[in-house]
Design a protein around this ligand. Structure first.
Ligand code: COA
Length: 177
């Protein structure tokens, strides 16, 4: 496996221009890559990073030499929940990503393992429709999904307190190729 060093994500780190730019590039690469293929102009990424700062995000950044290649970002509460059927008051894992060329090498798993051992804040909530992500979380925690009724109503949204499972057919198709 490639050598990766994990460092803490802090406000101080985000305030450093060079680190911030590298985090932005890593974020863009992750979500413009598989399986999402979204469009992330840098101004939008900057807005995202600003919201981490404003909400006192914490987590880890993975470094390979001087490159930032992964991140896990957690908030003490979920943001943007206006239309959310779940009211979750505890820590919320907002983002997890490994840049495409470093994916599937065990880095995501190592990062989550390290994160959970560094920050012991009880139960975490996260949501994802990426089966690889569900698999990663499922390795380290007893992941519980929320009530059936919510999954029926929002079939593409998952709420876990650290993962399981009801993955969209489309996402499976991608991984079955
Ligand atoms: C989800 C993600 C963080 C996982 O990190 P990773 O380093 O790629 O994952 P790992 O190499 O640790 O693999 C984790 C498990 O998934 C499996 N896996 C990895 N890539 C896979 C793939 N493409 N297809 C199927 N299974 C895969 C691995 O075999 C491993 O399982 P195992 O330990 O039981 O063998 C990373 O793939 C990613 O950044 N994806 C895009 C962003 C994303 O969807 N983030 C999720 C939040 S929305």
């Amino acid at each position: 496996m490639s050598e990766v060093k994990f460092i803490k994500l802090t406000r101080k780190l985000l305030s450093k221009r060079d680190a911030r730019d590298k985090i932005k590039m890593a974020y863009k690469k992750v979500f413009e890559g598989p399986p999402w293929f979204e469009k992330w102009p840098l101004e939008l990424v900057e807005r995202e990073i600003k919201s981490w700062e404003d909400n006192c995000a914490y987590g880890l950044i993975g470094m390979n030499c001087t490159k930032i290649i992964s991140f896990i970002v957690c908030l003490d509460r979920e943001i943007n929940v206006e239309r959310d059927p779940i009211s979750w008051k505890g820590p919320y894992i907002q983002e997890v990503g490994v840049v495409p060329e470093f994916q599937s090498k065990g880095i995501g798993s190592d990062m989550v393992r390290k994160f959970l051992s560094e920050y012991k804040r009880g139960e975490y909530m996260f949501r994802t429709i990426n089966p690889v992500m569900i698999r990663v979380f499922g390795k380290f925690a007893d992941v519980r999904k929320v009530g059936r009724d919510i999954l029926d109503e929002y079939p593409d949204r998952f709420y876990y307190s650290l993962a399981y499972q009801h993955v969209s057919a489309e996402m499976y198709k991608y991984y079955e190729r």
